[in-house]
Design a protein around this ligand. Structure first.
Ligand SMILES: [Cu+2]
Length: 164
């Protein structure tokens, strides 16, 4: 009986190994498989491109199309001046507002700063992930948002290349 159990386990184990080997993405970031819900308007093109960007960097987004995002932004306490076109939410309840480069989300999730409730890139800076416009690029900051609505710089992004 034990031998049977062991051999079944080893078959399952081998199947798992084979599976993970075959499905491993080319660029293996430390962020594989991070689940994130993304709230966006059904017609938002730049939101969809941002979703592709985080997907390519190891996230597993679930799209939640909404005609209005007011309710979700209110629920998550995203200050009005921090808002953008889409809102990501992880299972821990942190929000990721706007065109944030995936690597900054990864860094945040790996070590969430004390008192932080999320990150935001307000507006839609030209050249940010999902807002590609050829060589056009507007430097921007990724801001850490705290529960009281105050913010502090989390990362400064000063060139296209720095984002990836
Ligand atoms: Cu956008």
């Amino acid at each position: 009986m034990k031998a049977v159990t062991l051999s079944i386990l080893s078959i399952i184990f081998m199947a798992l190994v084979a599976c993970s080997e075959s499905s491993a993405p080319e660029s293996s970031e430390a962020t594989q498989g991070i689940a994130i819900e993304v709230f966006k308007s059904p017609s938002c093109g730049c939101c969809g491109l941002w979703v592709s960007h985080i997907e390519e960097n190891g996230f597993e987004p679930t799209i939640r199309n909404r005609n209005s995002l007011d309710a979700i932004k209110k629920k998550l306490n995203i200050p009005a001046n921090m808002q953008s076109c889409h809102t990501g939410v992880t299972s821990d309840g942190y929000f990721f507002e706007g065109h944030i480069p995936a690597k900054h989300i990864t860094a945040f999730i790996a070590n969430p700063p004390e008192g932080a409730i999320g990150l935001a890139v307000p507006g839609m800076p030209a050249g940010s992930p999902g807002m590609e416009m050829g060589d056009r690029f507007t430097p921007y900051e990724v801001l850490l948002v705290k529960a009281d609505g105050s913010t502090e710089p989390f990362a400064t992004v000063s060139s296209l290349e720095e984002q990836y």
